[in-house]
Write a new protein. Structure first.
Length: 200
């Protein structure tokens, strides 16, 4: 089974959304300070003057890289791995490394916030910082965790709803209403996610 990835960029369908709304998104007020900075610095760099009209679309095309955060590896799976209720499965005495355990978790919700940023430079001139605030919410209908050697190795899902909003410098930029995510029934976490081990 191949390892599956589903990122925040996938959740917001960021590549297609940016392509379809590029002109409208470029007018977002969050870019005003960047545009002002570019106007101020045009005389200092011929390169900046040439690229000033193309900089915002270039920044928009990089949003998928900023949102390349794996939802199951870095958000949901990591959150579960830190739950004290699962810490007992990290006990190698009770659960030997060669033993696989199936642990069901009932329906529950999970909220996540992320703050990636980009600092564009042209010709060595820093023209500001663009801060993103990503708020994502998930409802997991039910899941069975496959745990082996104190690591969550696979997720067997009964459906996940996801939605959220991306803000640029606090201004809503893209929104996704909560909807069922098109995911495989089993998510392979590759090398797995280590479980929280309480200190004695």
């Amino acid at each position: 089974m191949t390892e599956a990835r589903f990122t925040l960029g996938d959740l917001f369908n960021i590549k297609e959304e940016v392509e379809q709304q590029k002109e409208q998104l470029a007018k977002n007020s969050s870019f005003d300070k960047i545009k002002e900075k570019m106007s101020e610095q045009k005389g200092k760099s011929p390169l900046l003057a040439k690229f000033s009209d193309r900089l915002i679309p270039l920044i928009l095309s990089k949003l998928d890289e900023l949102l390349d955060i794996d939802i199951f590896q870095e958000i949901i799976g990591t959150t579960w791995s830190q739950q004290k209720e699962l810490a007992r499965y990290a006990d190698s005495g009770q659960y030997p490394p060669n033993k696989t355990v199936l642990v069901p978790i009932l329906e529950h919700s999970l909220d996540s916030e992320h703050n990636p940023s980009v600092e564009p430079k042209i010709g060595g001139i820093h023209i500001g910082t663009i801060d993103l605030q990503v708020e994502a919410s998930f409802v997991i209908n039910g899941v069975i965790l496959e745990i082996c050697n104190a690591r969550i190795m696979k997720l067997h899902l009964d459906g996940v709803l996801g939605g959220g909003v991306i803000k640029l410098s606090g201004v809503p930029f893209l929104e996704k209403e909560s909807d069922t995510l098109d995911l495989p029934g089993t998510i392979d976490l590759g090398e797995g996610i280590a479980l929280f081990k309480p200190k004695n």
